[in-house]
Design a protein around this ligand. Structure first.
Ligand code: ATP
Length: 228
């Protein structure tokens, strides 16, 4: 597609203090795309998402948000531009009920319709929900803010397969409405069956990329070469 990427990295490097982690990262995610970020533990997926979200400054290279250079744009301004980051720690309000949580966000009460299982828990406090229900709530809250770019780390870590499928279907439907999605998900088959493309990271670099259908046709090869 020829549209301007929602997010783009060019020659991006980042790290922790003097410890370099990311090297020469080049990627782009366009509106309407689900792009999977694959790679073994420690490959740098979380560091990359946090750098794209603005929590870490690049040490070199450039990030562009909706076509504009944004290396120095802080997290809260990226949020206002439509960036939503779902980290491994679930961003929910433990002391509030599901209904109260969603009322904090304009568009929140409607977004519960995405997850009937969550709607049945609307009077329960978030802290008492299952992990899967908490992640549905986190996604419902993120979507209520009508993001243009969704960055998701470990979408379904520790969650039941059925919940994972439900979350991924919602992610796909969100992209189909024009949102750009970059998602880290351990289950390659599950995410690739909803994604358009994937990047594979290893040791801080993107070592391969391709269409989801190409990776799906050779999942064993993908696992053997990169994910073990
Ligand atoms: P995982 O799936 O295990 O979260 P990942 O692909 O997300 O892996 P990162 O968490 O980004 O990888 O870690 C990449 C590298 O950065 C690792 O070598 C890790 O040890 C290092 N690292 C991560 N966080 C820090 C930190 N706060 N300080 C120093 N080094 C860090």
């Amino acid at each position: 597609s020829g549209s301007t990427p929602a997010i783009e990295a060019r020659g991006l490097a980042a790290g922790y203090g003097r410890v370099p982690v990311l090297r020469d990262i080049n990627l782009a995610v366009r509106p309407g795309e689900v792009v999977a970020l694959l790679g073994p533990n420690g490959a740098g997926k979380t560091t990359l998402l946090r750098t794209l979200a603005g929590y870490r400054r690049p040490t070199s290279g450039e990030v562009r948000l909706f076509g504009e250079p944004c290396n120095r744009v802080p997290v809260h301004r990226r949020c206002r531009q439509g960036v939503s980051f779902m980290g491994e720690e679930r961003h929910i309000f433990p002391g509030l009920t599901v209904r109260q949580s969603l009322r904090l966000v304009r568009g929140g009460p409607e977004s519960i319709e995405l997850f009937p299982a969550l709607a049945r828990r609307s009077r329960h406090r978030a802290a008492l929900l299952s992990g899967g229900e908490q992640q549905m709530l986190a996604l419902a809250l993120a979507l209520a803010r009508a993001p243009r770019l969704l960055l998701i780390d470990e979408l379904s870590l520790g969650l039941a397969p059925l919940v994972r499928e439900r979350l991924l279907d919602t992610v796909r439907a969100t992209a189909d409405r024009g949102v750009a999605v970059l998602v880290v998900e351990q289950n390659a088959r599950a995410v690739l069956s909803r994604a358009d493309r994937a990047y594979v990271m290893r040791r801080g670099e993107i070592v391969d990329e391709g269409t989801a259908s190409r990776w799906l046709a050779d999942l064993d090869g993908l696992a053997a070469r990169y994910l073990s």
